[in-house]
Design a protein around this ligand. Structure first.
Ligand code: PEP
Length: 253
């Protein structure tokens, strides 16, 4: 199918600058020789500059965990796409469930952020996923559909070409509960078919869909063997070199 697997580590609100530098040095060393897999790390904002310097001659991509849609101005505490671009970021995570849950992000704000990222040449990792209540209420597919339609409102296929989707069932994030490969694949297929309806079959086949939610070295192989799972967005297990490098090297397991 030609979709390069994409593994990204979301460090969330972890790691001081010194700790981040230590981890990225270890990761750089442990990824040497890995081929055919794209890798990104998303340190907290405070460590982006230091990690960016460490990544100068590396193929590991730099990602931010969030952005605000304005370029500059009186928006205390926010970070603009221009600032992230200036730091050397390639990707930006948008609409993570923790941002939706704790910081009031909606499909509308996610849409504005995706547009701002695209305008400034940052590739969005667009997170979607249902809560446990929604899954148990049989609403998984309608929630996913609403999040995709809202997040991508007024965006054409050309504009969102570099976009990556991360399907992250909220009940699986940081809980140790992973969706089975079959459960995840069912939703990934649904997402791809949604892109067929919204855009076209060739476009839908080209878009990468990561799975996120308690991915570990133990379960990554099963997940990655599914036809429509093209990578992983990894939280907890990306904070240690031993576990993250095993996940990145899933082909060797
Ligand atoms: C995440 O933060 O996107 C995530 C999936 O976290 P964890 O791997 O810890 O469940």
């Amino acid at each position: 199918m030609g979709r390069t697997p994409f593994i990204a580590g979301n460090w969330k609100m972890n790691k001081t600058v010194a700790e981040a530098v230590e981890l990225i040095k270890e990761l750089k060393a442990s990824f040497s020789g890995v081929q055919g897999v794209e890798v990104a790390v998303a340190p907290p904002f405070t460590a982006l500059y230091a990690v960016s310097k460490e990544l100068k001659d590396s193929s590991i991509c730099l990602a931010a965990q969030n952005l605000f849609w304005e370029e500059k101005g009186a928006f205390t505490g926010e970070i603009s796409p221009l600032m992230l671009k200036g730091l050397g970021c390639h990707y930006v995570i948008i609409g993570h469930s923790e941002r939706r849950q704790y910081f009031g992000e909606t499909d509308g704000t996610v849409n504005r952020k995706i547009k701002a990222a695209m305008t400034h040449g940052l590739k969005p990792i667009f997170c979607i996923g249902e809560t446990l209540n929604e899954r148990e209420g049989g609403k998984t597919f309608s929630v996913i559909e609403r999040q995709i339609e809202g997040g991508l409102e007024n965006l054409g296929a050309k504009e969102i070409e570099p976009l990556v989707i991360a399907y992250e069932p909220v009940w699986a994030i940081g809980t140790g509960k992973t969706a089975t490969p079959q459960e995840a694949e069912e939703v990934h297929r649904f997402i791809r078919e949604k892109f067929v309806k919204m855009y076209s079959r060739p476009f839908a086949e080209s878009i990468r869909i990561q799975y996120g939610g308690s991915v570990t070295p133990e379960n990554v192989k099963g997940l990655m063997s599914q036809e429509d799972i093209d990578g992983a967005l990894v939280g907890g297990a990306s904070l240690k070199q031993e576990t993250f490098s095993k996940i990145v090297r899933f082909k060797e397991i």
